[in-house]
Design a protein around this ligand. Structure first.
Ligand code: SAM
Length: 232
């Protein structure tokens, strides 16, 4: 299967294993991952966020229930919410999730914004688990015709060493542990180049649950705009 499907399949496998109830997809784009996740009905709240509101509005009706789904007995309630918003801004409605996914998002941020994103994601939103996927620059020489970045909108592409050192630094700062993985296996005898898409899976250390500080209340002003909401 194509790489973008393999990345989404990686998330689906995680969901099957860990059964998160609240899932937020940051940089949800054309909603492909959300359309798959909505069939995993342990999920009760499924949220998508993208800076580009028009990619959401174009596709949002593909998330409305089918007539047969209204009639399906035995499945629990599900709410889907889609927001236009920038992931480097603190939005109170993004707190309290079990899983946040960032699939091919981080390399679209200005390098100077990456640590601000980490502060918002790990420090402020503080989900129990985070999945981050990003291109592995070590793999690029194996891609035919790839000189420079894989996509014109990428602001950077990290080698495995760069991604690992960033992820370990962030994990230490915010009380997470990280496991490295990926999709798109390297060819035989070239294992050292690693996966085509590198993935970090971060788990919050349960002993480091940060209690909200009272003086943060004033900060809790909604900044995202709700584009779509549906209840199953
Ligand atoms: N996650 C999707 C997937 O797996 O197919 C889409 C990935 S697409 C390469 C990157 C997405 O991130 C785009 O839809 C873009 O609009 C969004 N994006 C870029 N910068 C963003 C930001 N600062 N806040 C929210 N979304 C952003």
């Amino acid at each position: 299967p194509p790489l973008h499907k393999q990345r989404h399949e990686f998330v689906i496998q995680f969901v099957k294993e860990h059964k998160p109830k609240k899932v937020i997809d940051l940089g949800c784009g054309g909603l492909k991952l959300l359309r798959k996740l909505k069939f995993h009905r342990e999920i009760e709240l499924l949220t998508g966020v993208d800076a580009n509101g028009s990619v959401i509005t174009k596709k949002m009706h593909s998330l409305s229930p089918l007539p047969s789904e209204y009639l399906q007995p035995g499945t629990g309630p599900l709410t889907i919410e889609l927001y236009q918003g920038c992931v480097t801004e603190k939005e109170p409605r993004t707190k309290g999730y079990d899983l946040a996914t960032c699939i091919e998002l981080i390399e679209h941020l200005q390098p100077a914004k990456v640590d601000q994103f980490a502060e918002v994601l790990f420090g402020y939103m503080g989900p129990s688990a985070v999945i981050i996927s990003t291109p592995n620059a070590d793999y690029n020489p194996l891609l035919p015709g790839c000189s420079g970045f894989r996509n014109l909108d990428h602001k950077f592409e990290w080698t495995q060493a760069e991604f690992h050192s960033w992820a370990l630094k962030i994990s230490r700062s915010y009380g997470y542990r990280v496991e490295f993985s990926g999709v798109g296996k390297p060819p035989c005898h070239e294992e050292s180049v690693g996966f085509c898409s590198q993935i970090g899976v971060f788990y919050k250390d349960p002993s480091k649950c940060n209690a909200p500080l009272r003086n943060q209340v004033n900060e809790d002003v909604p900044v995202y705009s709700l584009l779509y909401r549906v209840e199953y």
